[in-house]
Write a protein of this length. Structure first.
Length: 428
């Protein structure tokens, strides 16, 4: 972070229209910062790779690669290795960085009371959407976490970049220091207690897995109740574990935006430097993944050593991806990919919820194909690519006729409390 923090003396000039609109209303297409939309698009697509196993099978089989029906072996180890090394934690971290920016773009400075009201309403409705999404569609909802984290970020959005970067980085490091210390406690507990934890968190009995598959793959009401029960069991963890990390990452993201990094205003050398750090982190995660595979993903190994490397390094890898894309935007490289990602990011909320609707229709019982517990990891990746294709196609087609995605329109209509035109012809 120290490589970019000194740039605080040179405030970002990339998009004054988006950061300070003249009226209390959603930004128009020409006011948007393309770099942010491109990064959001990449993040939304990348998140699905990690979420997909949790749609397709009991959550323990998603986190433990030795459990059927998502077990890996020598021939398909790539179907775990690639998502773990290149996607897991990286894209949700990237999206969290960007959401910290959104809090500022919507709410402005704390002295701007009118925009502050809009921000509070926006986060309040996000909280409601998160409740609905988590309880009724898919238990892995992140909107609730973002809404809660956003309310905390409201109070920090006017901080100088240096303080945002410093505070966020200290929080981030402390979280993982505590995580390492907590992992050390596992080596001191009794064998019986350790076994109970292993069965609950890592390797449930085959009968338990089969029962979960039968329930999620059953009738609509059965799958709905199973999803609700899983969601309610996850919410306390998300609030007390995920929210603090998310706040830290949001602070770092807003700090990086204020120094011009995430808007693409820094020099190419800065992005190459950050990309180099991210590449080193990526190599470390890949090396640790090979060790985990060789160790057979043994529970104590994963909880005390093997599973503790990827999460803290994910932010550096996220910034590697961000740096590469920003360099592409600045130089015009890979323009076809860049131009395809921007509409997906512009409709990030719609595309996120659409992923849940599509994936639950494919896997949950009583609402579609009912393939829960029947798909292996390599087939799952093919399904993800298919969803990517749909979203890369429908996003620009929709935005050719409309100013924003359908759920973005609903959200903003509720947030601004007044009618908003969605059609481009209507706006004209």
């Amino acid at each position: 972070m120290s490589d970019v923090a000194p740039a605080e003396i040179a405030p970002v000039e990339a998009a004054p229209a988006e950061t300070a609109p003249s009226a209390i209303a959603p930004v128009e297409a020409e006011q948007r910062i393309k770099t942010l939309d491109v990064l959001r698009g990449l993040a939304i697509l990348g998140i699905l790779v990690v979420n997909a196993p949790f749609f397709a099978a009991p959550w323990q089989t998603a986190v433990n690669p030795t459990l059927e029906p998502l077990a890996i072996h020598d021939a398909n180890v790539w179907s775990w290795f690639v998502p773990h090394v290149f996607f897991e934690q990286k894209f949700i971290t990237l999206f969290s960085l960007l959401f910290g920016v959104s809090v500022f773009l919507v709410g402005g400075e704390r002295s701007d009371l009118e925009r502050g009201k809009v921000l509070r309403r926006r986060l309040g409705w996000m909280f409601v959407f998160g409740l609905i999404h988590g309880a009724a569609i898919w238990f892995g909802d992140i909107l609730l976490v973002y809404a809660i984290s956003g309310f905390f970020m409201m109070f920090a959005r006017s901080w100088r970049a240096r303080w945002l970067l410093l505070t966020g980085s200290i929080m981030y490091v402390l979280i993982y220091v505590l995580s390492f210390l907590s992992a050390g406690v596992l080596t001191m507990i009794s064998a019986n207690s350790l076994e109970e934890m292993r069965v609950q968190m890592w390797a449930p009995a085959a009968q338990s897995v089969d029962a979960a598959i039968a329930t999620y793959g059953g009738s609509f009401s059965e799958s709905l109740k199973a999803n609700y029960d899983t969601w309610t069991s996850f919410v306390p963890f998300e609030i007390f574990n995920t929210v603090p990390r998310t706040i830290a990452v949001m602070m770092i993201g807003l700090g990086l935006f204020k120094v011009g990094f995430l808007s693409g205003a820094r020099s190419a050398s800065v992005y190459w430097m950050v990309a180099a750090l991210g590449a080193i982190a990526l190599a470390i995660v890949a090396y640790q993944a090979q060790i985990n595979f060789a160790a057979g993903f043994e529970f104590l190994h994963m909880q005390t050593r093997g599973g503790l490397i990827n999460p803290p390094l994910s932010i550096l890898i996220s910034l590697l991806y961000a740096s590469v894309l920003i360099l592409c935007v600045k130089t015009g490289a890979l323009s076809a990919i860049i131009n395809a990602l921007a509409p997906v990011g512009q409709m990030a909320f719609t595309n996120y919820i659409a992923q849940s609707v599509i994936m639950t229709a494919i896997f949950y019982g009583g609402r579609g194909l009912g393939l829960y517990g029947e798909v292996e990891r390599e087939t799952l990746i093919a399904i993800v690519v298919g969803v990517w294709a749909l979203q890369l196609i429908w996003s620009p087609l929709w935005l050719a006729r409309f100013k924003m995605g359908p759920l973005e329109w609903v959200w903003r209509r509720l947030s601004y409390g007044k009618p908003l035109a969605i059609g481009k012809l209507a706006a004209a």
